[in-house]
Design a protein around this ligand. Sequence first.
Ligand SMILES: Nc1ncnc2c1ncn2[C@@H]1O[C@H](COP(=O)(O)OP(=O)(O)O)[C@@H](O)[C@H]1O
Ligand SMILES: [Mg+2]
Length: 211
Amino acid sequence: MVILIGNQKGGAGKSTLTLLLANYLTESHKRKVTVLDMDYQQSVSAKYEKAKVLDNDPPYEVMAADLTHFPMMLEVLTVNPDETVLIDLPGKMDDDGLIPVILSGDLILCPFNYDEFSVDSTLLFAMVAGRINNRAPTVFIPNRIKANVRYDTRQQVDRVLAGFGTVSPAIAERIDFQRVDTLHTPAIVLPAVLPVLDLLYSNYIDKGGAV
Ligand SMILES: Nc1ncnc2c1ncn2[C@@H]1O[C@H](COP(=O)(O)OP(=O)(O)O)[C@@H](O)[C@H]1O
Ligand SMILES: [Mg+2]
């Protein structure tokens, strides 16, 4: 199964969600996971290389992948039908080389915040991805929700996004997310993320098993 994590907007939480999901699938469900880092910043693979120095038996691999090598990499990775491939997509969707990447997805996850600019880029991403791949369900994940802020547009935004996919429960803003690293999810963020990860697993990933 291939899971894409994308949004045009930088800072929406793509890389963080990729790592949270990789940690969760390997730890809680003993899944075989490979992460493909296609973001130009390659923050996930940089963190991974650092973490690997301290851990000689990492629970999953993180590979920096560019668009030219993607088709071959995917072919190798999906030989095993039990493999779950998580792809941290680039922030920009302006390269035709991304079409096979989008087409490969069985599930599209789109973390976003409720500020206006982010919603525009969130919609743009969902429309582009949905036009290329209308087979994969899209799940929008509200992220960095502050407890003391009223989001006036929240209901409207959810209604618009519901036309393109499903809006999941929200992930709260927590300072400890800075410590989400490869191989390790700080226990303190678990209450904020487990409801979303459990829902993704039971509604989409468990069923999606070997696609
Ligand atoms: N729920 C959250 N609460 C607090 N900080 C968060 C949360 N989600 C992400 N962050 C932080 O926001 C920044 C951007 O997140 P990141 O995952 O790198 O975004 P992207 O990959 O979409 O650019 C990082 O510093 C990350 O630690
Ligand atoms: Mg990133």
